[in-house]
Design a binder for this molecule. Structure first.
Ligand SMILES: Cc1cc2nc3c(=O)[nH]c(=O)nc-3n(C[C@H](O)[C@H](O)[C@H](O)COP(=O)(O)O)c2cc1C
Ligand code: SF4
Ligand code: SF4
Length: 246
């Protein structure tokens, strides 16, 4: 069983690749939470999450804090663009120190407030080793290797400091939709935090905080949603992993 969270497709892609190679099944954490499934018993259980602010997306942290896993081998993968920070540490803490193996896979960095994903070349700068890292994880998982194989992680004390800034960054007042919005409702329908409602064909953020997953920003057909002043996000383009449907 592979449990994953994915806003823009990177983690979904890694989950699909590993499931296909190792004959496993995948389930999104948002779907599991929706149906109230928090108990998993399997030969092996995998957890795949994006890194947010050197830690875990709020929805992942909430899910993992409730989950009960019984498995002979539990593995974890963080996808990331710059550093997976302390995501392995935070995950292991949530599941009671039961993680047997930790991996990381560098992919396009969807925090486009800072990072440029506006061209295939810009995306390519992040993805040079993606396939190698996925293949390495597949082999090690198949062989049930134990240990921490994550690259570019940071000391836990620095990760805790960086992660403490996530809470203010994920205030929904930082998000807005401009006049190009056509009222399609896709942003609201796909929000993993239930933070958007459509009122008079306009998205309205009805919660003070969300996961800040950027799924709405990257998925909007009119690129109408921006973060803050929009200076960074408008310039850096939209990105959805091209290999999966999300
Ligand atoms: C709010 C937010 C914060 C992020 N923080 C980090 C980070 O601390 N370190 C990093 O390397 N990547 C960071 N990223 C990039 C994502 O972890 C990365 O692009 C991931 O592969 C996205 O996965 P997904 O497509 O499955 O949603 C961040 C992305 C977002 C939206
Ligand atoms: S996805 Fe974009 S166009 Fe569609 S309702 Fe949301 S903001 Fe408007
Ligand atoms: S409002 Fe947008 S950024 Fe926030 S959780 Fe929902 S889809 Fe993600």
């Amino acid at each position: 069983m592979i449990l994953y969270f994915s806003a823009t497709g990177n983690c979904r892609y890694v989950a699909e690749r590993i499931a296909q190679a190792n004959d496993d099944e995948i389930l999104s954490m948002t779907e599991a939470a929706e149906i109230g499934r928090y108990s998993f018993e399997a030969d092996t259980v995998g957890i795949i999450t994006p890194t947010y602010f050197w830690g875990l997306p709020s929805v992942v942290k909430e899910f993992l804090s409730k989950v009960e896993i019984k498995a002979g081998y539990i593995w974890f993968i963080a996808t990331y663009g710059t550093t997976p920070g302390g995501s392995g540490y935070f995950t292991d803490k949530c599941i009671g120190g039961k993680t047997d193996a930790f991996f990381s896979v560098k992919m396009a960095d969807t925090w486009t407030v800072w990072f440029d994903l506006s061209t295939p070349e810009a995306v390519g700068k992040f993805t040079k080793n993606t396939e190698t890292e996925i293949n390495d994880a597949i082999t090690r998982i198949r062989n049930r290797e134990r240990g921490n194989f994550m690259k570019n992680k940071v000391p836990v004390f620095s990760a805790k400091i960086a992660y403490s800034t996530y809470d203010s960054a994920r205030a929904t007042k930082n998000l807005s939709a401009d006049e190009n919005c056509i009222g399609c409702g896709l942003c609201a329908a796909k929000c993993p935090a239930g933070a958007i409602e459509m009122h008079d064909k306009r998205p309205v953020w009805v919660k003070d905080k969300c996961a800040m997953c950027f799924g709405c920003l990257h998925r909007c057909p009119k690129f109408s949603i921006q973060y803050g002043s929009g200076k960074g996000t408008r310039k850096h383009g939209q990105y959805l992993n091209p290999n999966v449907k999300i």
